[in-house]
Write a protein that binds this ligand. Structure first.
Ligand code: SAM
Length: 254
């Protein structure tokens, strides 16, 4: 793995400056900057829901002894691995994330808690380097909202390509709830409270402000749902979690 600088060289556009939200370099820079605080912010700011939804995500994947080769896309610091192992005790986990900083933390987690068994690939999930039909399961938590529609379509095609026939997949991400009152409360929380809490927890609020912008662009997740549904060979189910504050897209490859 390449050496990791303290701060990434690419400057993150300020949220006020209408950055090219979905450019890979900008997204990578955003997560490089969030990497140090991501774990504690994730637990504190999601009020425990992030962990619950990861558990529900793995609940969507059938637990059979043969489902061993698991691909964790947009894996971050490895937040989903404990749930993967709990659900699929024999899992051989391969993790893909393009943020060097997130991957550095993932490497530490893999060594400390997983005996270094997790295979780490620092690369763009859309690169298409994994072998065709080489995974039994593909999972991903909170990695969809930073993709635009063409990228979501490429991602869905990549999932169909790397899954073996009969293999299953499950994605989850935060979405805008359907109830207007809840939507206003949820968006206000993300827009105002999350950056404030980031400041109080000694993190840079700039990055956490972006969460609100990505959620606004992701809406109820319909773009992602359509991308997966339009992929021949994928049988897709959509579930709303906690009144639509998160949405999962799961299913299997025929
Ligand atoms: C919100 S974090 C989610 C981390 C983790 N899965 C979790 O459950 O908390 C999103 C992650 O997706 C990664 N990511 C976003 N776009 C990516 C892409 N095109 N290829 C690889 N990783 C990507 C980011 O670097 C970041 O680590």
């Amino acid at each position: 793995m390449t050496e990791i600088p303290d701060r990434p060289a690419v400057a993150l556009a300020s949220p006020e400056a209408a950055p090219a939200l979905y450019e890979a370099d900008d997204v990578r820079t955003l997560f490089d900057r969030m990497a140090t605080s991501y774990d504690r912010m994730n637990i504190a700011l999601s009020l425990g829901f992030a962990r619950l939804w990861r558990r529900q995500l793995l609940g969507l994947v059938g637990a059979t002894g043969s489902r061993r080769r698991v691909l964790d896309l947009m894996s971050g610091r490895g937040e989903t691995w404990s749930e993967i192992e709990r659900r699929l005790p024999q899992a051989e986990i391969t993790a893909v994330d393009f943020s060097a900083q997130m991957m550095a933390h993932a490497e530490t987690r893999s060594r400390a808690r997983f005996g270094g068994r997790v295979r780490l690939h620092q690369e763009d999930a859309l690169n298409g380097t994994a072998e065709r039909a080489s995974f039994d399961v593909v999972v991903s938590a909170y990695g969809l909202k930073t993709f635009d529609t063409p990228q979501l379509e490429r991602l869905a095609a990549e999932v169909a390509r790397v899954l073996r026939p009969g293999g299953s997949f499950a994605f989850i991400d935060v979405t805008e709830p359907t109830s207007r009152a809840l939507r206003v409360a949820y968006l206000s929380y993300l827009r105002w409270m999350v950056p404030l809490a980031a400041t109080l927890l000694h993190s840079d609020p700039t990055e956490y402000r972006m969460l609100h912008r990505y959620l606004a662009g992701f809406g109820d997740g319909a773009r992602a749902v359509e991308a997966f549904q339009s992929q021949p060979g994928l049988h897709v189910e959509v579930r709303r979690h906690f009144f639509g504050c998160a949405t999962s897209i799961s299913g299997r490859r025929s």
